[in-house]
Design a protein around this ligand. Structure first.
Ligand SMILES: Cc1nc2c(=O)[nH]c(=O)nc-2n(C[C@H](O)[C@H](O)[C@H](O)CO)c1C
Length: 154
């Protein structure tokens, strides 16, 4: 049975880990290993450990960059670390970041954090079990959270 790793943060203002696990368990039978770290810059090593020490086949790295300039820099650094961890382990780490200022208010932010997490959890399931479904969605302008952008007409 495959193992999905879930790494999330205490900095985030919504329990993204719980949403991811709930969505995964609603759809497939897998083992889940969860770890929670303080902030997004701690996600790369957490994900790498889930892969190398806990045997995870894929990992979701869940976080909420804050709205300040230093948070945006922090998010860029965290993303680079996550990409590096993917290359070092040859394993997908699906980054799910929701910037605190993406929602117009707290209600919309909570909605977005929940939806984006759940939609990426479905992507993780497709990557693991049904990669051909992603091929069928190629070029369809999928977005996680708000409305899909849709395909361009030729
Ligand atoms: C500036 C900053 N911004 C964020 C953020 O927007 N989101 C987040 O999850 N964490 C932030 N952190 C904390 C760092 O990611 C990290 O937890 C600490 O630097 C300790 O390694 C920091 C330090």
């Amino acid at each position: 049975m495959p193992t999905i790793g879930i790494a999330d943060t205490t900095f985030a203002r919504y329990d993204m880990g719980r949403a991811a696990i709930d969505e995964i368990q609603k759809n497939v039978s897998v083992k889940i290993k969860r770890v929670t770290v303080p902030g997004i810059k701690d996600l790369p090593v957490a994900a790498k450990k889930l892969i190398e020490e806990e045997g995870c086949d894929i990992v979701m790295a869940l976080g909420m960059p804050g709205a300040k300039e230093q948070d945006k820099i922090c998010a860029h650094e965290a993303s680079q670390g996550i990409i590096m961890a993917q290359l070092m382990t040859n394993t997908h780490i699906i980054e799910v970041f929701v910037h605190e200022n993406e929602g117009k208010d707290e209600k919309e932010l909570a909605f977005l954090m929940d939806r984006r997490t759940r939609e990426h959890a479905l992507n993780v399931i497709k990557l693991l079990f049904k990669p051909e479904k992603l091929i069928r969605e190629a070029g369809t302008g999928q977005r996680q959270g708000f409305e899909d952008a849709g395909s361009l007409r030729s």
